[in-house]
Design a protein around this ligand. Structure first.
Ligand code: NZQ
Ligand code: ZN
Length: 382
């Protein structure tokens, strides 16, 4: 490994079908007033909301409710949450839901003590909260596997008025204090979202794997995670109620994006940038936006980073050439039922210039893209 890095991840995890038993232990270390963020209905339908509220009330906490955190949470909803947290002087935030609710909770936690335009300061300018700024602790009870938000500092927010979806990776102060991961909660996730989550996990691994030329421990870990995910995804698609498969998917999601496999790596993240922009214009599930451009993107990247694509073919798929590796990836995507085109997400030729205009372009893993390249990738993905 050639890179320099610091590794520090403060999130405590409780995993398994009895994980919620540990919530009470955590409460004693947090304040009495909690902002409870949750989504648009699933936790009420599953009964998890009632279970959690009983535990919070049983421990004497005052709950300030913030329902309706939508998938791909918006800036307008963030404004609401910040106001609620300030007016009610909350001590900490509990996220009950998928990656969207967890991201949103971190966004509120970071912004509540910032005096000024938080959207500009954190998301548009990419700043970290100042050392003296107040930050609220966040706890997470996760109901969907995919983003890794439960153990990272990421918070993706959409400015819906400007079709601008933007992620910010906060430093370790914003990583959840604790996350409760019960794979059983993910069993009620709609099939489409389960598949989107699976590809999101796979693509997080790709974004960190397809870069660099050195022999790097992170890449060996990444290959193991990919192989495990392929096996578990096949089992979960065959039988979505397969606990073993769902638990492996959930655990892989956490390790795919919890700051471990980026150690010593330059990374890519351009599929995510293009995917965010597609999401802002189509509102498609995040993982689907990544799947829909991946074949065009990686065929292009292969021209610049052939050795890594050959390694991917051999070590992940057991085939000989870089091209065969990408074909194996495509066959797996078809097998589990992922979209391979942006048309399937509702994107049209007429939308492409808009999507390009809101795509952030960074130096990628093996190639540097221009807006023209992004346009070509989107056209090839139609
Ligand atoms: O709103 P509810 O009713 O809860 O429904 C949700 C939502 O409609 C539903 N759902 C979640 N758990 C469920 C369930 N339905 C039934 N049973 C359950 N147990 O599923 C839908 C999708 O949920 P959401 O939280 O939006 O999905 P996901 O976890 O994929 O999160 C997506 C967001 O995370 C961001 C994405 O951009 C997107 O905004 N990301 C965050 C990252 C991070 N923090 O590092 C990285 C990722 O690359 C990603 O960008
Ligand atoms: Zn993602």
């Amino acid at each position: 490994m050639k890179g320099n890095f610091k590794y520090h991840n403060p999130t405590k995890l409780y995993f398994g079908d009895a994980a919620l038993d540990h919530l009470s232990e955590e409460l004693s270390q947090l304040g009495e007033r909690v902002l409870l963020n949750y989504g648009t209905g699933s936790v009420k339908r599953s009964g998890l909301y009632d279970e959690v509220v009983d535990i919070l009330r049983g421990n004497g906490l005052t709950i300030i409710e913030n329902p309706g955190v939508m998938s791909n949470p918006t800036l307008a909803k963030l404004d609401e949450g910040i106001l609620l947290a300030r007016e009610n002087k909350v001590d900490w935030i509990l996220s009950l839901g998928g990656g969207s609710v967890c991201d949103y909770s971190k966004a509120v936690a970071a912004s509540v003590g910032f005096d000024g335009d938080y959207w500009r300061h954190f998301w548009l300018e990419g700043n970290q909260p100042a050392a003296e700024q107040k930050i609220l602790p966040v706890g997470c009870i996760l109901t969907m596997a995919g983003t890794g938000s439960e153990m990272n500092g990421g918070a993706v927010i959409t400015d819906a008025a400007h079709n601008y979806k933007l992620g910010h990776v906060f430093d370790s102060r914003l990583m959840p204090r604790f996350s409760i991961l019960n794979p059983r909660y993910t069993m009620t996730v709609p099939l489409e979202q389960m598949k989107a989550g699976i590809y999101d996990i796979m693509n997080h691994i790709f974004e960190q794997y397809f870069s660099g030329e050195d022999d790097n421990t992170s890449d060996y870990i990444a290959e193991g995670l990919m192989r495990g995910l392929i096996a578990a995804s096949r089992a979960a698609v065959r039988d979505p109620q397969d606990y073993e498969a769902r638990s492996n998917i959930m655990w892989t999601a956490t390790w795919a994006l919890n700051t471990l496999i980026k150690c010593g790596k330059s990374q890519d993240w351009m599929v995510h940038q293009i995917g965010h922009s597609i999401g802002a214009w189509t509102h498609a599930p995040h993982g689907y936006t990544l799947a829909a451009v991946s074949m065009a993107y990686y065929r292009r990247a292969m021209q610049f980073g052939r050795a890594k694509f050959e390694r991917f073919a051999k070590n992940v798929w057991g085939v000989d050439t870089a091209e065969a590796g990408l074909e194996a990836l495509k066959a797996w995507m078809i097998e589990i039922g992922l979209p391979l085109t942006i048309s399937e997400l509702g994107a049209t030729e007429a939308m492409i210039d808009n999507i390009v205009s809101t795509t952030n372009i960074f130096p990628a893993g093996y190639m540097d893209l221009t807006p023209k390249d992004v346009r070509e990738i989107l056209r090839e993905s139609l």
